[in-house]
Design a protein around this ligand. Sequence first.
Ligand SMILES: [Zn+2]
Length: 73
Amino acid sequence: MPDYYIDYPQEEDGAMHSYRCKHCKLNTLVINGLLENHEPHCSYRIEREVELHKAMLIGQQAKIVLGGVDEAD
Ligand SMILES: [Zn+2]
């Protein structure tokens, strides 16, 4: 199940009811709520990816604390 990110700053795209990401200027229809559809240099995308990376690290630490690390023997 993909995660949808629609809280990025938007601005009008010049057309009626057409909006784009304020950072990478891609149309919201192109982005379609997916982080990976923003330009790689988009600062919104970069911020979210840093947050996701941190959350992942915290998740790994929690796993270690709980002793739930899978070990193959
Ligand atoms: Zn963007």
